[in-house]
Design a binder for this molecule. Structure first.
Ligand code: UT7
Length: 325
């Protein structure tokens, strides 16, 4: 009999500091950087984002989201036998955020590691956890997407600093004989590294290169729209389903225009797309589990429904997870 991995519980966490577009525009104006609520809403759909406090690291956000997911699943940290964190903004170069989360949750012993696939990080992490559950290496996994992108933004670059926010989302997966994750699909193409990257890195006690996010927005936009449709169709084909079978589309939350265009290609009405980009901005690897948890907790997503999760990000990386909730 096939072993599936099923979502037992979801959780998320947003840091307390919330900035509306107007708040951010006022802060940027003090540094001579001009933007407006109108521009940000019209081009991206973003209205607000959260930024972590100075003393909050990625692992703090991830731990809080994990506690909420464990509560929802009715489990304790000791019940978990695998922890994977999708992140590109870890507390340190090493050790991993996953090992920090494990310790902060009061657990020890189980494997814990990070996956670095930028905005596709949660999709990658979920796919790996699903494979480890299917092959018997794990029974109950904590899968997290967590980011503090505010730490890598250039607040003098209005083309990027208005787009991103901080946050974390988590799910508890359990081995089950009922579905479950139905299909997964992952891809990458390293030739696109320069259109979305943070080139700076630690080198001999200093930072070599510019340690802030650089993006060619239009190139990313075009690529994203194409690959999001392709990967959704690939997962559907693997599960022998069609776009009509999807109850909820939960895409990476980067830009409302990308989400609308993907939904249109998949012939999905706009009200079947979970949208949180308006309130969270782009939280990279955290965006999909944040959106998932939001729609689970507000009652939109019901047990037995079919969900299409899909992401795209720096690398370039992209992929999807089709699941029965
Ligand atoms: O998470 C990974 C995935 N990331 C993404 O999916 C991001 C994909 N890209 C995008 O979402 C969009 O390309 C952006 C939101 C980044 C930009 O939107 P756009 O419609 O492609 O605008 P643009 O770059 O063509 O810029 C249009 C104008 C420019 O002025 P000119 O040259 O026409 O005079 C920009 O200088 O808007 C100007 N502009 C701004 N104006 C006010 C750029 N940023 C801002 C800003 N406020 N924050």
């Amino acid at each position: 009999m096939r072993i599936y991995s099923r979502i037992l519980g979801t959780g998320s966490y947003l840091p307390a500091k919330r900035l509306t577009n107007a708040d951010l525009a006022a802060e940027l104006a003090q540094q001579g950087v001009e933007t407006s609520d109108d521009w940000i809403v019209e081009r991206t759909g973003i209205r607000a984002r959260h930024f972590a406090a100075d003393d909050q690291g990625c692992s703090d956000l991830a731990t809080e989201a994990s506690r909420r997911a464990l509560d929802a699943a009715g489990l304790a940290a000791q019940d978990i036998d695998l922890i994977i964190v999708g992140t590109s903004t870890p507390d340190m170069v090493f050790p991993s955020v996953a090992t920090m989360v494990q310790h902060k949750l009061g657990a020890a012993g189980c494997p814990a590691f990070d996956v670095q696939a930028v905005c596709s990080g949660f999709i990658y992490a979920l796919t790996i956890a699903d494979a480890m559950i299917q092959n018997g290496s794990a029974k109950r996994a904590l899968v997290i997407g967590a980011e503090v992108f505010s730490r890598i933004l250039d607040f003098k670059d209005r083309t990027t600093c208005v787009l991103f926010g901080d946050g974390a989302g988590a799910v508890v997966l359990e081995a089950s004989d009922t579905p479950g994750i139905l299909a997964t699909d992952l891809h990458a193409d390293g030739k696109y590294k320069d259109i979305l990257c943070v080139p700076g890195h630690v080198n001999r006690g200093g930072i070599l290169g510019d340690p802030v996010l650089k993006m060619d927005g239009q190139a990313v936009f075009k690529l994203a729209v194409g690959v999001l449709e392709e990967t959704a169709r690939a997962s559907l084909a693997k599960a022998n389903l069609t776009d009509a079978d999807i109850d909820w589309l939960i895409p990476h939350q980067a830009n409302i225009r990308i989400m609308q265009s993907t939904a249109k290609k998949l012939k999905m009405p706009a009200d079947k797309v979970v949208v949180t980009v308006d309130q969270h901005g782009n939280t990279s690897a955290a965006s999909i589990p944040l959106a998932l948890d939001t729609a689970v907790r507000d009652g939109r997503i019901q047990r037995g429904q079919t969900l299409m999760l899909e992401g795209v990000g720096g690398g370039f990386t992209w992929g999807s997870v089709l699941l029965r909730y």
